[in-house]
Design a protein around this ligand. Structure first.
Ligand code: NAG
Ligand code: CU
Length: 169
């Protein structure tokens, strides 16, 4: 019974394990004097992950295109936030560009770009309910990825079946 409960908990928790929630700049937040290129190193971003920007009133978050990111132009921003605690969900694969619109901040480095992968990168069997996702090698072929997902579905189904049987028994 305890096992069945544990399995059910695992199944309930597993959707959460797929989305990573990043705090931009970690303890430094969204600020001047932080190297956001270093911050993104070693991190994997996928569709469904979120970025949380925390910042004071003299900053903002503008979502811009590549050229405006490169040139620190905020006048064409696709989205602008200034609430100080902004969650942005990475909703599609590709690159996303962020900059602070305050004069001089972007050019002094207060800008961030992330490359977003197409998501569901890891078969459920390799994730833990703690919210950690395992970075996936980009060299994996589509076929390997698909079979991984099918494997995960089968494992998930067997776990579900097992817990139902355990409860009925
Ligand atoms: C900021 O947003 C996050 C995520 O939505 C939330 O958990 C947190 O409580 C918020 N913090 C403040 C100070 O509003
Ligand atoms: Cu700023």
């Amino acid at each position: 019974m305890a096992l069945a409960a544990a399995v059910l908990l695992l199944l309930l928790a597993s959707p959460v394990a797929f989305a990573a929630n990043y705090i931009v700049g970690d303890g430094n937040g969204w600020n001047q004097g932080v190297d956001y290129n270093s911050w993104t190193q070693g991190k994997t971003f996928n569709v469904g992950d979120t970025l949380l920007f925390t910042y004071g009133g003299n900053h903002g978050v503008d979502v811009v295109d590549k050229s405006d990111y490169d040139n620190c132009v905020s006048s064409n921003a696709l989205n602008s936030y200034s609430d100080g605690n902004t969650t942005v969900t990475l909703s599609k694969a590709g690159s996303m560009y962020f900059m602070c619109p305050t004069l001089g901040h972007c050019s002094s480095g207060m800008k961030l770009t992330v490359t977003v992968g197409s998501g569901s990168s890891t078969p459920p069997g390799t994730t833990t309910p703690s919210g950690t996702t395992t970075p996936t090698s980009t060299s994996k072929s589509g076929a390997a990825r698909a079979s991984g997902n099918i494997y995960g579905l089968v494992v998930g189904f067997l776990l579900l079946l097992g817990s139902v049987l355990a409860i009925m028994g």
